[in-house]
Design a protein around this ligand. Structure first.
Ligand code: ZN
Length: 162
């Protein structure tokens, strides 16, 4: 009788463990923890230009951003939440007036949306963590993918490689 009870107990523990692992796997599809702040909080943290771009989907004037002609080796993070977005080895000179990247670093960190504002159909690029507007995606980039992630300098924070 005693052994049967122990076996039953072990079976229950195994079942419990399996259920927790399974439910963790279901909610653990993305490792991104969303950051939510009020507009007042963002206004306190960001410059007016950063707020206009990141929270109001604005665009900086072409050829004015600090990273447009910047080709140091390092990583680019979201200026609002610090999420890792782009790497300098995918940055290239497109001549369009904004920092251009041929690829992202992780599909988890970026959200791609259809943007129909201004009477155009464009593809919007957002930060997956804070939902901040970063720029747009165009299909005139270099091979092999042919993509151009056209990103506002003010939405980025560059940290040089050591
Ligand atoms: Zn962000």
């Amino acid at each position: 009788m005693k052994i049967r009870k122990i076996v039953l107990l072990i079976q229950t523990i195994i079942l419990f463990l399996l259920i927790s692992v399974f439910s963790f796997g279901q909610t653990g599809d993305s490792t991104i923890v969303k950051m939510k702040k009020s507009n007042e909080d963002w206004k306190m943290q960001l410059t007016p230009l950063q707020f206009n771009i990141l929270r109001e989907s604005g665009t900086e004037r072409p050829f004015t951003g600090k990273y447009e002609n910047h080709f140091e080796s390092g990583k680019y993070y979201c200026a609002a939440c610090g999420n890792f977005l782009f790497s300098s080895d995918k940055k290239y000179h497109s001549g369009c007036g904004w920092p251009s990247f041929s690829d992202i670093e992780s599909k988890e960190n970026i959200v791609i949306l259809e943007d129909t504002s201004l009477g155009m159909i464009r593809t919007e690029v957002r930060c997956a963590k804070c939902d901040g507007h970063l720029g747009h995606l165009f299909k005139d980039g270099p091979p092999p993918a042919g993509l151009r992630y056209c990103i506002n300098s003010a939405a980025l924070r560059f940290i040089p490689a050591k």
